[in-house]
Design a protein around this ligand. Sequence first.
Ligand code: MGP
Length: 227
Amino acid sequence: MSTQYLAVASTSKDSKVFGENNDTPETLGEQEMVTVFADPVNFNVKHPLHSQWTMWYDNPGKKANQASWSQNLKEIVTFDTVEDFWGIYNNVVRPSDLLPGSNYHLFKTGIKPMWEDPSNANGGKWVVQLPKRTGEHINTLWLYIMLECIGEGFQYEHEVCGGVVSIRKGFYRISLWMRIANNKEICESIGRHLKSTLSLQPNQTIEFQSHSDAVKSGSCNKDRYTL
Ligand code: MGP
């Protein structure tokens, strides 16, 4: 489910694979793009994402410590097209149906959803805590975050590593992980975008925590920025 679709979708007419009909690739600048309309018979071209993304799951069950935590982390699936994203979205258990203690992580492929990964080591995360009464709306909020991530809609999107939804006994939490923690302007710009993506009330506070603080003190670390 990965690079073949990127290869197909960005192919030029020399290596076209869509049957004998008179394909009419649209011209975008100097590059010829093959769209879904190029094959009216099979209608099977997938729309490539800019990056490949991997979904992870963990449900530590019992209290995890820093040393054992990653053993519970399971890679579920990797995708790089819009169609595959929706296929996965429609077939994985919804966050609201997961057991307390569970997390879904959606990260750019190649970045593990852990502090220790080199892309996260100097970074941090925006944290949005939501009450349990959010109920099934958490599924919609998580969808919005995933779409914003894979659509790479954030300004400074290259600083975004991925998103996490956490199911806890008394609350839900959505986190947006970033490569950097010490650039207030960039961090706050992404934080404001996150607030607007989730349509949060202006008085609902979100907090930015650095991973290096978390490594030192466990998951309860002080906020570096708030919005
Ligand atoms: P958590 O799930 O991020 O925090 O981390 P939460 O939800 O506040 O804590 P909970 O106890 O209510 O679930 C929980 C614990 O998992 C941390 O204290 C660490 O021991 C471990 N842990 C979490 N993360 C994200 C990491 C990580 O990236 N690396 C390592 N080594 N341990 C981690």
